[in-house]
Write a protein that binds this ligand. Structure first.
Ligand code: HEM
Length: 144
């Protein structure tokens, strides 16, 4: 069995799940920050916690794990290539963004959010932009 192709498939499955959460969680924050009733807020809190803990966190860890295994297979010399250098920087930004969302989630959990729905609408564009750039970089890597 070709382990490299197995790791690459699992890497992509994990990345797709992670990205789904990174795109959806700030969208829930938009509605949560506009909610007025305690009962509505309670539902958003459950949705946010389950999405973050059970989907996004494992998916992020597995994206890194399988990404690391791919790098291990290719050899660490791959870090000398420009596409890899750009990709790692962008993926580190995505990881920082992931934990930033975790901090906002903790604020919402204790009804301590002071950010506007407009703020969450704006930051919702960050992962979209990074996703597009990362995909183009990995696909166009032979030309870089
Ligand atoms: C979490 C840290 C990550 C690491 C360490 C990592 C590393 C890697 C490596 C080493 C490959 C193999 C490239 C090849 O076979 O030539 C790969 C493939 C790929 N990665 Fe990642 N990656 C990470 C996250 C991501 C993210 C966040 C995305 C998308 C937003 C992504 C999208 C892809 C795609 C589409 C491929 C397939 C490229 C191809 O087969 O040509 N990766 N990744």
């Amino acid at each position: 069995m070709n382990l490299y192709l197995l790791f690459k498939s699992l890497h992509l499955v994990a990345v797709i799940s992670w990205m789904a959460g990174l795109l959806y969680l700030p969208r829930i924050f938009v509605y949560h920050s506009e909610a007025t009733h305690a009962s509505q807020k309670d539902i958003f809190k459950i949705m946010e916690r389950k999405l973050y803990n059970y989907i996004m966190m494992p998916a992020m860890l597995l994206s890194w794990l399988f990404g690391f295994l791919l790098i291990h297979n290719l050899g660490f010399i791959v870090f000398l290539e420009l596409w890899m250098q750009i990709k790692i920087i962008l993926v580190l930004i995505l990881t920082y963004y992931h934990f930033l969302l975790g901090a906002y989630l903790n604020d919402f959990a204790v009804d301590n959010n002071y950010k506007s729905s407009k703020f969450f609408r704006i930051i919702n564009e960050v992962p979209t932009l990074l996703l597009i750039i990362v995909v183009f970089i990995v696909i166009y890597k032979p030309l870089l």
